[in-house]
Design a binder for this molecule. Structure first.
Ligand SMILES: NC(=O)c1ccc[n+]([C@@H]2O[C@H](COP(=O)([O-])OP(=O)(O)OC[C@H]3O[C@@H](n4cnc5c(N)ncnc54)[C@H](O)[C@@H]3O)[C@@H](O)[C@H]2O)c1
Length: 251
């Protein structure tokens, strides 16, 4: 019970890594607020956690809307009385689109979910954590946040920026008991897809070096590292962006 009595929010918890984290955290004693943009997924994961004997409640949230992320944080505090762990996991891809073909709409959509979402949630959560005397934030970035050729322009920008936000926040609030870290997953078997019909040339450029890709990871591989990062055992880890990619970027 490494997260006994902790209250955790996981965004995008209806599928993939978010679901794996929500279920693992609940099995370790956390009370989990399961949030996603798809209601059936929220209901399904809450049900699965409760059936396994855990504690969870669900909220329908579009993380790109500040009113939704506000309601999500308020729900955690109103329901469980505090907020210890915030995991910004919800994210979408950009079909590998290089900048000249990125429409304003695509740019805003990707940045809205992948960057505005974590920004809104963190800005609202941190004062609550400060008042409690601490808390921890985990942002799910990507190896697209540390390299230039793993996605399109908007996704790559959003994940680089998310790592910057992570480091700045960890540095600023570390002395006040808040840790803020990121995981940068490599290829993981989830439902994420490419985010639409892939941009042919962008995909071709992205696949250069793909011969070095090892087997894809499982959502549980990311959840295991996430559990360590949000638990007190990682108290000396702050402002870090951990690559978890089976060695793909090591070549
Ligand atoms: N799968 C990979 O290979 C991979 C690699 C690197 C990083 N990532 C990142 O990991 C995170 C999780 O992705 P996944 O692969 O588990 O994907 P997934 O599609 O399986 O799960 C993501 C969940 O987020 C939800 N979601 C989408 N938009 C949302 C919004 N606006 N508000 C709230 N919820 C929303 C979806 O409904 C879905 O349930 C993302 O941030 C993604 O960028 C994934």
């Amino acid at each position: 019970m490494r997260l006994a009595d902790k209250v955790a929010i996981v965004t995008g918890a209806g599928s993939g890594m978010g679901r794996a984290m929500a279920e693992l955290f609940a099995s370790e004693g956390a009370k989990v607020v399961v949030t996603d943009i798809v209601q059936e997924r929220v209901d399904d994961v809450v049900q699965a956690i409760q059936s396994a004997g855990g504690t969870a409640s669900g909220v329908l949230v579009d993380v790109s809307k500040e009113a939704d992320t506000d309601a999500m944080i308020n729900h955690a505090v109103d329901t469980y009385g505090r907020l210890d762990i915030l995991v910004n996991n919800a994210g979408i891809m950009d079909a590998m689109t290089p900048i000249t073909d990125v429409s304003n709409d695509l740019w805003r959509r990707i940045l809205g979910v992948n960057l505005d979402g974590p920004f809104y949630a963190m800005r609202k959560a941190i004062p609550i954590m400060l008042e409690q005397g601490g808390g921890t934030i985990l942002n799910i970035a990507s190896i697209g946040g540390v390299q230039g050729g793993r996605a399109g322009a908007a996704y790559t920008t959003s994940k680089h920026a998310l790592i910057g936000l992570t480091r700045n926040t960890g540095y600023m609030y570390g002395p006040q008991g808040i840790r803020c870290n990121a995981i940068c997953p490599g290829g993981v078997e989830t439902a994420i897809g490419l985010g639409g019909a892939p941009h042919e040339w962008g995909l071709q450029r992205m696949q250069t070096g793909a011969g070095n890709i090892g087997p894809a990871g499982k959502p549980e591989d990311i959840a295991a590292v996430a559990l360590l990062l949000v638990s007190d055992e990682a108290r000396f880890v702050n402002g870090a962006a951990w690559v978890v990619d089976g060695g793909w970027t090591a070549y």
